[in-house]
Design a protein around this ligand. Structure first.
Ligand SMILES: NC(=O)c1ccc[n+]([C@@H]2O[C@H](COP(=O)([O-])OP(=O)(O)OC[C@H]3O[C@@H](n4cnc5c(N)ncnc54)[C@H](OP(=O)(O)O)[C@@H]3O)[C@@H](O)[C@H]2O)c1
Length: 505
């Protein structure tokens, strides 16, 4: 049964019915703690919160120093052009973002005692977004950052004096060993506390053996560590409402903060880019399987609404939201056709080959195709680049792509059915809000062709920074490569026939 949660805090924030009327009112005068703000999803959440809820009291962003101080990192973050609109419309909200030095992989989150006290006194809503997202991190690294890091955040949450709710960003593939996934936390035979303990105190050999056991069931250490993090959360939800949002593969934005916005070249974005450039010509996926892709702005809206929904409609368990597109799916072969078509109609700058792509369903087939479509062409193209005085780089790109292929192989061979009962319930409730039109939680009108075109344009703009390309020059180059491609194919067939004749006679 839903129950209304009522609290009052230092900022006089109360989750009363007026808070239930709109997302903006819910966030009015709240203090937020966010991890992962410097990442792709984090930047999107920050932008949307400031744009639609400018009366937020404070946003504390937990940042680790890298080669810059946290103040420099924050400055670089808010100087990002995606905040230009905020700078114009709500400049004061930018001054309410406060960096807090921390690292989720360190004891006590690496917080100074003074910062911890300040957070304990002020924070109302927590978004835990940070994660080590490399699929193949060693088990102890993935577990320390993603599982123990989440336990450290939950420990802090239990201390927060005026906490309203917590949202944890997991992944739809946290239970990738199952094919039908409900919106609930599943337990595993590996207990989070035992795995954390082993990673902290075990010797390397025992950790490696455990990792081998885990990888017999889970595709990688990343999804496994996120699964354990969900269990950690589910064991700690007695005193405050917690939502777990599970996005599938997050792609460029549909509309917000601007169409096609994308921030890094992980996973699918690098595949799209390399197909567009003509350097990737084969993928190891089953053509008819669903690709569960979701635009980043859809995920951001779901995260922002989940805090509201779980607070106002809490029940006794953690609420899980599968942020996926399987109800309105696209398949790998459709996706590939759209990208190739798009890459030919609107070619990128400096395309390396006429774009095409074969989908190969199994590893053996892929290994053969990889030699003929990637390794040999890359070898000859690098020789050509070297002879013409340029830096050879195609073999390097090909190696990078093969790492991506290995990482996504499992996800291109299977498809999952994700239940969305909580998402549907939230959509119904959001429809009653005054500001319902400021969020998009439903992909029922998704035009995949249009979206992937926008995505490709976004890659050119935000990743390749090809704002000033000459369409004519790009098309002339593509036409030239088309004929090179045709001649090479004919030449390849002739060589094959000659070899066959030679073998037969
Ligand atoms: N992208 C996807 O397709 C996808 C799909 C499903 C779920 N997710 C989940 O969505 C969340 C955000 O992913 P993303 O795509 O935005 O990843 P991202 O761009 O790689 O960002 C990761 C963020 O986590 C921070 N971080 C990593 N380790 C940290 C540590 N030890 N202490 C503090 N901060 C740390 C990073 O900070 P630095 O800048 O300091 O490195 C960065 O801000 C993650 O929880 C991820 O599991 C992502």
């Amino acid at each position: 049964m839903d129950k209304m949660n009522i609290k009052v805090n230092e900022n006089n924030v109360s989750v009363k019915p007026n808070k239930a009327n709109s997302i903006e009112a819910f966030y009015d005068n709240t203090a937020i703690l966010m991890t992962g703000a410097t990442g792709f999803v984090g930047k999107g959440i920050l932008e949307k919160l400031m744009r639609v809820c400018p009366s937020i009291a404070a946003i504390y962003v937990l940042i680790r120093p890298k080669d810059q101080t946290i103040q420099q990192r924050l400055k670089e973050l808010i100087d990002n052009p995606i905040y230009d609109n905020i700078r114009v419309k709500h400049p004061s909200v930018l001054s309410r973002i406060h960096p807090v030095q921390g690292d989720v992989s360190l004891p006590d989150l690496g917080l100074s005692p003074a910062d911890r006290i300040m957070l304990v006194k002020n924070v109302n809503i927590v978004f835990h977004v940070a994660a080590a997202v490399r699929f193949n991190n060693p088990l102890n690294v993935a577990v320390n950052t993603n599982t123990k890091g989440t336990a450290r955040i939950m420990e802090l949450c239990t201390e927060l004096k005026h906490l309203i709710s917590v949202v944890y960003i997991s992944t739809a593939y946290s239970n990738a060993n199952m094919l039908e996934i409900e919106e609930k936390v599943y337990t595993t035979s590996f207990k989070p506390s035992s795995v954390i303990n082993m990673c902290e105190t075990g010797d390397q050999k025992s950790i490696d053996l455990l990792e081998d056991e885990i990888l017999k069931i889970y595709p990688n250490t990343y999804t496994f560590s996120k699964n354990l993090a969900e269990q950690v959360i589910s064991n700690n939800t007695d005193s405050f409402p917690v939502a777990i949002v599970r996005p599938s593969v997050i792609g460029a934005s549909l509309k917000e903060p601007c169409p096609g916005w994308v921030d890094n070249i992980f996973g699918l974005t690098s595949i799209f880019m390399l197909i567009g450039k003509g350097t990737t010509r084969a993928m190891l996926v089953k053509r008819s399987k669903r690709l569960d892709l979701v635009p980043v702005d859809y995920v951001v809206d779901m995260i922002i609404c989940a805090a509201w929904h779980v607070t106002l409609h809490r029940n006794d368990e953690v609420k899980v939201y599968n942020s996926t597109s399987n109800a309105h799916p696209i398949r790998w072969n459709q996706m590939k056709d759209i990208i190739v078509q798009c890459s030919r109609e609107m070619p990128m700058n400096n395309v390396m080959w006429y774009p095409f792509c074969r989908l190969v369903p199994n590893q053996y087939g892929y290994n053969v195709v990889d030699i003929f479509l990637h390794i040999l062409p890359a070898f000859f193209m690098d020789i050509f680049l070297k002879l013409s005085g340029r830096k050879p780089m195609i073999m390097k790109t090909s190696k990078f792509f093969n790492q991506v292929v290995r990482a996504v192989k499992f996800f291109g061979q299977h498809e999952w059915t994700f239940h969305q009962d909580n998402v549907t319930n939230m959509i119904q409730k959001v429809k009653l809000l005054k500001d319902r039109d400021t969020v998009k939680l439903d992909l029922c009108d998704m035009d995949w062709k249009k979206y992937i075109r926008t995505y490709m344009t976004g890659i050119e703009k935000f990743i390749l920074k090809e704002d000033s390309k000459s369409i004519d020059a790009a098309q002339r180059r593509l036409l030239f490569l088309y004929w090179v491609h045709q001649i090479t194919q004919v030449f390849g067939v002739v060589v094959l026939l000659v070899i066959m004749l030679y073998v037969v006679y």
